[in-house]
Design a protein around this ligand. Structure first.
Ligand SMILES: Nc1nc2c(c(=O)[nH]1)N[C@H]1C(S)=C(S)[C@@H](COP(=O)(O)O)O[C@H]1N2
Ligand SMILES: [Mo]
Length: 197
């Protein structure tokens, strides 16, 4: 047992840390461009299927959906990890429930133009959320507010901030960082940082 100081959770240990990562209590901001300012009234989220069918939620419709409060570990490819973070969001299972698709791939799009890809299976079965609250507060713009994708089992670049939609695809299409040499899948436990890892 380690020494547990007041206000610090002593239960998280290096066993929770993927290879090559270090622990931080900070929440660094990593954005490839300026922070888009999207007001909830102008925000919408769209799932577009491989046949071109669109399923769209306004902020009001999105916020009327049932929410979940996942506590998850975050792993950034720049090697910081933050353990036990508290979020509130809508599960992708909820959003995909009424979506008819045979697609195997997904490409998330953000306000501002960022994109990132993942297998559709990685968005299902309780593994991914559209998150709008962090630590009990509305998600700050620099961290992706009003809402961001949260896919914590993959490196954090997959968790698209300011998310505006997800396109379902029959073929894999690399996103912004994946086209720039980062790993197509990005599993932190297999240290899939760059193309070829
Ligand atoms: N739209 C958008 N989403 C993004 C990024 C970005 O530049 N634009 N950066 C990604 C990267 S590389 C990381 S590590 C995380 C950082 O999230 P944070 O700034 O909330 O820590 O957001 C990811 N999502
Ligand atoms: Mo990152």
């Amino acid at each position: 047992m380690g020494i547990v100081s007041p206000g610090f959770s002593g239960r998280r240990r290096t066993a929770d840390l993927p290879p090559g990562q270090y622990l931080t209590d900070d929440f660094p901001v990593l954005s490839a461009g300026p922070t888009p300012r999207v007001r909830p009234e102008e925000w919408s989220f769209t799932i577009t299927t491989e046949t071109g069918r669109e399923h769209r939620w306004t902020w009001r419709e999105f916020r009327a959906l049932p929410t979940e409060r996942p506590t998850v570990d975050l792993h950034c490819v720049t090697r910081w990890s933050k353990l036990g973070t508290h979020w509130e969001g809508v599960s992708l299972d909820t959003l995909l429930a009424g979506v008819e698709t045979t697609a195997d791939h997904a490409l998330a799009h953000s306000y501002g133009g960022y994109t990132t890809n993942m297998p559709l299976a990685d968005l299902r079965d309780g593994k991914a959320w559209i998150a709008f609250r962090f630590d009990g507060e509305a998600l700050a713009p620099e961290h992706g507010g009003p809402a961001r994708l949260l896919v914590p089992h993959l490196y954090l670049w997959k968790s698209a901030k300011w998310v505006r939609g997800i396109t379902l695809l029959t073929h894999d299409r690399p996103g912004f960082w994946e086209s720039a040499g980062y790993h197509d899948y990005g599993d932190p436990w297999r240290e899939q940082r760059y193309w070829g890892d």
